[in-house]
Design a protein around this ligand. Sequence first.
Ligand code: AMP
Length: 599
Amino acid sequence: MAVDSALSSPLGPPACEKDAKALRFIEEMTRNAEAVQEKVLAEILSRNADVEYLKRYKLGGATDRETFKSKLPIIKYEDLQPEIQRIANGDRSAILSAHPISEFLTSSGTSAGERKLMPTIQEELDRRQLLYSLLMPVMNLYVPGLDKGKALYFLFVKSETRTPGGLLARPVLTSYYKSEHFKTRPYDPYNVYTSPNEAILCADSFQSMYVQMLCGLLEREQVLRLGAVFASGLLRAIRFLQLHWQALASDIESGTLNQKITDPSIKDCLGKTLKPNTELAEFIRMECSKENWERIITRIWPNTKYLDVIVTGAMAQYIPTLDYYSGGKLPMACTMYASSECYFGLNLNPICRPSEVSYTIMPNMAYFEFLPQEPSDSFGLTSSDPQPVDLVDVEMGKEYELVITTYAGLYRYRVGDILRVIGFHNSAPQFHFVRRKNVLLSIESDKTDEAELQNAIDNASRLLREFNTSVGEYTSYANTKTIPGHYVIYWELLIKDSANSPTNEVLNQCCLAMEECLNSVYRQGRVADNSIGPLEIRVVRNGTFEELMDYAISRGASINQYKVPRCVNFTPIVELLDSRTVSAHFSPALPHWTPERRR
Ligand code: AMP
């Protein structure tokens, strides 16, 4: 029930007093975005005035924007690598931040094939928590009654390592789920999960998924929303159900836990609640044994009001599959925009269509700057050296690269995300996530760029030398029609001696040779998370890439400027390539991966 009008917010009537407070906070921050940003920068610079990095640029204690911008360079991760390495090696002096670095967050963005290490400080957890606390008050404005049921969210922890200096290195969500902020969160009727903490915190991904699915099935009528962080995660859960529904149904029927579940805390927790339920087991068998899995989500969880998954950016490729499993009618809510470096903001209209999603950056999270993306001329040159602008100065319709200065000690750091302004809430801009810079292929959190793909092709091509064969042309495609998705690489081969052309076995090995060369996030997806399927090479017949060029030219490309696209996703082009495919080859084994870094 909505609270009285005295609490009402311009965003809408809050569902309860706690929500009213959160909505007021959003209003306050977005109305005063300019002043909040000024204050945030002054806070960051004054508390860190004596850190080595800032002293190097001779800020002389200044905390104003003009001095800051005139003295500090805009940097990339690679520029910070020496400082990060020193911290990782155990240097505890104030290099980047006056507050001690509490741990490293391992980004899915990579540098030289390894995950980037993002320094963080203890109090950042509070900031992340604050952003999380704003999500349900906004959602409650659009979807009433969420306190009458539960959320089935598939949440996982991943492996963690220690740096040579002893600091923990792990993904930001693993850090959050293992924190007291999450583990001992107070009961909130609007945010009750079917998954027990014991299942979320289980490091074995099979056991974790099995138990989360089991609990979701046991409470299927209470489930009001289903989710995972990214769309790919929810689809993996559906795939898991496809593979394991018989075992799950048999546990439900007998009221006992599958022998593969050995984690003592899970056994302890479920042992008390699991009771035989023949009727439910029969229902699951009936639904899951059907050939057709269309609408399976709404068939099993009939009270689902929306899916809580990110389907913006690289995840947009999963929308058709999610629509298939949910009957095309369930909204897909993209609630927030965040990264290992910093949590940025939230979607104030979460039930909108995926194409209309915008994120409002919360000005209290960090100091934000925006590098304009200037349109380049026909020679690929931009007219001037674009200067970054402040949060409140971005212009409607324009695209920018996000640059952040954080409490944890990143100063004018390029995140690599391109955002377009599509509106304002009060004085805070709302951004459409356009793309991540330089990402060619992505299935889940993996991000492969053009140089990495080229390097992988070079590595694999070595195996062709003894056959006097080389790769004449190539392109690639992220195939997400299968679960898990996989990389498809199209090769046009130059075979000099057709009597000695590479065998099927050699081409399979080429797939593996490519995988061995891809970055550690890709290999982790293949080996530990099972979120990426074996890489596939499709050999196309000679002349295919010329046809590709003809097609592009027929659609207006200039002959002089035409370059083979290294990744394709336009359906007619993929269809053309597929129709010219003469053989397909898959990686026969898993590439190497361990949680430890290679360097
Ligand atoms: P990570 O570095 O692994 O923490 O990943 C952070 C990156 O994921 C961001 O910089 C974005 O590129 C992407 N990302 C995070 N949230 C969203 C979102 N809501 N929509 C699209 N991309 C996102």
